[in-house]
Design a protein around this ligand. Structure first.
Ligand code: ASP
Ligand code: CP
Length: 317
């Protein structure tokens, strides 16, 4: 059966552990003078982005190249989508060229599952690079890896993680809640009621509405951008008021316990969810998240496209 990565649950605890362990090897590759191995030579990885991206798209493409895969990059604005070609016809056209993995981002929730169904039997692996408000599994993996490596605890077990801000429109929040809880963290969503999903049934986390009440106990303060491009109504009184109540300013950052991390998936809006000077503190590991993103995506592609019977990791051919 073709392996896909559509949501964190697809991997389960053992799969998450396997990818995080594999990421250590990929970090080592990234430190070499020539950061490239032949592991995916002859394979083709396509990025199919129907929504804007800087980090996810570039890091998947870098990851594929570091593993010596061939890459194809699809951009809606310069494609035949502009001539009316449907998503299904676009995907079947790309598949006909002979590909191994399709990394997809789309504004509609569920598109990666639809692609996996259309591509059933083709041998193409589908990787979800963010679908609507739903899931962003590789973001969760790179965040979990970053916490393990940057927090002095060396593990998520027992850590208290606060995910602060626009949870309602955030695919990062959902993937992170499930991934962090799977790894033993205790997760609190911190947001006004208007920025929470209508139902949190089945989410393994609790909820707080006052950042000042919880900030002093957070081992990780994970900030979310206000995703205004997905809002159809005014859900916060004003950006100024939002920043005042939920932004991590210097005074709040100073109340975090010693060793706490400040994280953000990016792109950041300095002065809204995070004060400019806080984004540049040593405890803010935002650019390390990005760096780990390349290694995690190498691990994901390797994990999906190679399945050595003996479980041995052979990166150098
Ligand atoms: N880049 C992340 C995403 O695409 C988070 C964000 O855009 O705020 O979900
Ligand atoms: N964090 C994240 O997904 O960033 P991009 O939207 O730039 O890919």
């Amino acid at each position: 059966m073709t392996a896909h990565l559509l949501c964190v649950d697809d991997l389960g605890p053992d799969g998450v552990e396997a990818v995080l362990k594999l990421t250590d090897s990929m970090v080592e590759v990234g430190r070499r003078d020539i950061p490239k191995v032949p592991a995916l030579r002859g394979r083709t990885v396509v990025s199919l982005f129907y929504e804007d991206s800087t980090r996810t798209r570039l890091s998947f493409e870098t990851a594929a190249k570091r593993l010596s895969a061939d890459t194809m990059s699809f951009s809606v604005s310069t494609s035949a989508v502009k001539k009316g070609e449907s998503l299904r016809d676009t995907v079947l056209t790309i598949e006909a060229m002979g590909i191994d993995a399709l990394v997809v981002r789309h504004a509609s929730s569920g598109v990666p599952w639809q692609l996996a169904a259309w591509l059933a039997g083709s041998g193409v692996s589908v990787v979800n690079a963010g679908d609507g408000w739903h899931e962003h599994p590789t973001q969760a993996l790179l965040d979990a890896y970053t916490i393990r490596n940057e927090h002095k605890a060396g593990s998520l077990e027992g850590l208290r993680v606060g995910i602060v801000g626009d949870v309602k429109h955030s695919r990062v929040a959902r993937s992170n809640v499930f991934c962090f809880a799977m790894l033993g963290a205790s997760v609190t969503l911190v947001a006004p009621p208007t920025l929470l999903p209508a139902s949190l049934d089945g989410w393994p986390c609790d909820v707080a509405h006052d950042l000042d009440e919880v900030v002093g106990e957070l081992d990780v303060c994970y900030l979310l951008r206000l995703q205004q491009e997905r809002m159809t109504e005014a859900l916060v009184p004003s950006l100024r008021e939002y920043a005042f109540s939920y932004g991590l300013d210097l005074a709040r950052a100073q109340r975090l316990p010693a060793g706490a991390l400040v994280m953000h998936p990016g792109p950041i809006n300095r002065g809204v969810e995070i004060a400019p000077e806080v984004a540049d503190l040593p405890c803010a590991v935002i650019t390390r998240q990005v760096a780990n993103g390349v290694a995690v995506r190498m691990a994901v592609l390797f994990h999906l496209l190679t399945a050595p019977a003996d479980g041995e990791v052979r990166l150098d051919g």
